[in-house]
Design a protein around this ligand. Structure first.
Ligand code: ADP
Ligand code: MG
Length: 394
């Protein structure tokens, strides 16, 4: 179903509540250490302000668990946002109630008001109808630009839409377009690269993508479970013993569907889990019983990079090895370079995969970087996300 975005509605002169994700990292003194999430919302905000909308912002920050916890106040965010926008950002000390209502009512077109942390009220995460209603009275329409919470049915993303209509902000619109539409209707050849520590984290993603991809590439710690399932000696590698049967059935499923499933042919093994551990590349039938596989091997990396050539759609989630340690970063870096070099529509999700891309300076070469964390993963699993389902249909 096509969802409306803020370009599909008239916002001129309206009161617009924008649900943003300003859950930024802060140090002990309350200074914002990283403001990517704030900067990412500027296109949506600048569009609304240029249309003379009165903009009311709502966000969560940290885990105050329904209590007023001063260290999770959004006040420092108001100051940072004011600097970034080059204009005044008003602040309300509560997200609902008399102060918020008065300030929202007095807000003029072109002005901007940030509400205090939504999660100071336990009703937010409980999707409480009365709390949803109280939020809704502040505005005429909701613009949801907080993709990172769209897998949660919370009051500010779901409950509120029972009272006022909701549309996607620009950030949300990109996630729907790339992670939603592209993955649902991919242009072939479609190659997915799945890695990371554990199969158990990514079962849903693998199962969903198996019905859509032409090639599925498996790397990272989870590849060991697939190797063990095929009877290889995996030594002290990270293997999920309770997922061997699952790995076997995924291999079967790939066969049945005609998916080209690629598993490592060689691995980099190490004497221990340490940056300075003795290490060497070996074929998968030569893993030392006392050692552990911490990266795909150079032959595998080359095969994986080659498999990406000519692809039209690429989804990558999860590093190929322990990329945080230089000795085990080659597999991830080779794949990162191949994804970046490809002319395919490329979509990358997962905090560590994004960190790996940034480490090699290739993030800008990716078509879409999905910043949703848990929401990205559930979206890649093909799930219906409540925050997206609640947006008005076109
Ligand atoms: P993402 O955040 O991109 O979704 P994950 O969180 O699933 O990725 O997995 C990333 C983690 O997996 C990294 O910390 C990495 O060190 C670890 N990892 C990758 N390969 C291995 C391996 N062979 N053995 C142990 N850990 C691994
Ligand atoms: Mg991770």
């Amino acid at each position: 179903m096509e969802k409306k975005s803020l370009k599909d509605i008239v916002v001129m002169g309206k009161k617009v509540l924008v649900r943003v994700d300003y859950n930024v990292p802060m140090d002990k003194a309350g200074n914002i250490t990283e403001d990517t999430r704030i900067r990412a919302t500027l296109p949506t905000l600048e569009f609304l302000l240029a249309q003379n909308a009165a903009v009311i912002l709502a966000s969560h920050l940290g885990r105050p668990k329904g209590a007023v916890v001063p260290e999770f106040s959004l006040k420092p965010v108001a100051e940072r946002l004011a600097k970034l926008l080059g204009r005044e950002v008003l602040f309300a000390n509560d997200c609902v109630g008399p102060e918020a209502e008065e300030k929202a009512k007095a807000l003029k077109g072109g002005q901007i008001l940030l509400l205090e942390n939504l999660r100071f009220h336990k009703e937010e995460e409980k999707n409480d109808p009365e709390f949803s209603r109280q939020l809704s009275v502040l505005a005429d329409v909701l613009v949801n630009d907080a993709f990172g919470v769209s897998h949660r049915a919370h009051a500010s993303v779901e409950g509120i839409t029972k009272f006022i209509p909701a549309v996607a902000g620009f950030l949300m619109e990109k996630e729907i377009l790339f992670v939603g539409n592209t993955v649902a209707n991919p242009v072939a050849p479609f190659v997915a690269i799945i890695g990371g520590a554990k199969v158990s984290d990514k079962i849903g993603v693998i199962e969903n993508l198996l019905s859509k991809v032409n090639t599925l590439i498996i790397g990272g710690g989870m590849a060991n479970t697939f190797l063990a399932a095929q009877g290889y000696q995996t030594g002290k590698s990270l293997v999920e013993a309770d997922k061997l049967e699952l790995a076997k059935s995924l291999i079967e499923m790939a066969k049945k569907r005609g998916v080209n499933l690629l598993l490592p042919v060689d691995v980099v093994i190490a004497e221990k889990f340490a940056a300075d551990a003795a290490h060497k590349a070996v074929a998968i039938d030569a893993i030392d019983p006392e050692w552990m596989a911490l990266d795909i091997g150079p032959k595998t990396a080359e095969i994986y990079a080659k498999a990406l050539e000519g692809s039209k759609t690429v989804v990558w989630n999860g590093p190929m090895g322990v990329f945080e340690m230089d000795a085990f970063a080659n597999g991830t870096e080779t794949v990162a370079k191949a994804v970046a070099a490809s002319s395919a529509t490329s979509i990358v999700g997962g905090g560590d995969s994004i960190a790996a891309l940034e480490k090699v300076g290739l993030a800008a070469k990716i078509t879409h970087i999905s910043t949703g964390g848990g929401a990205s993963l559930e979206y890649l699993e093909g799930k219906i996300l409540p925050g997206i389902a609640a947006l008005a249909d076109k």
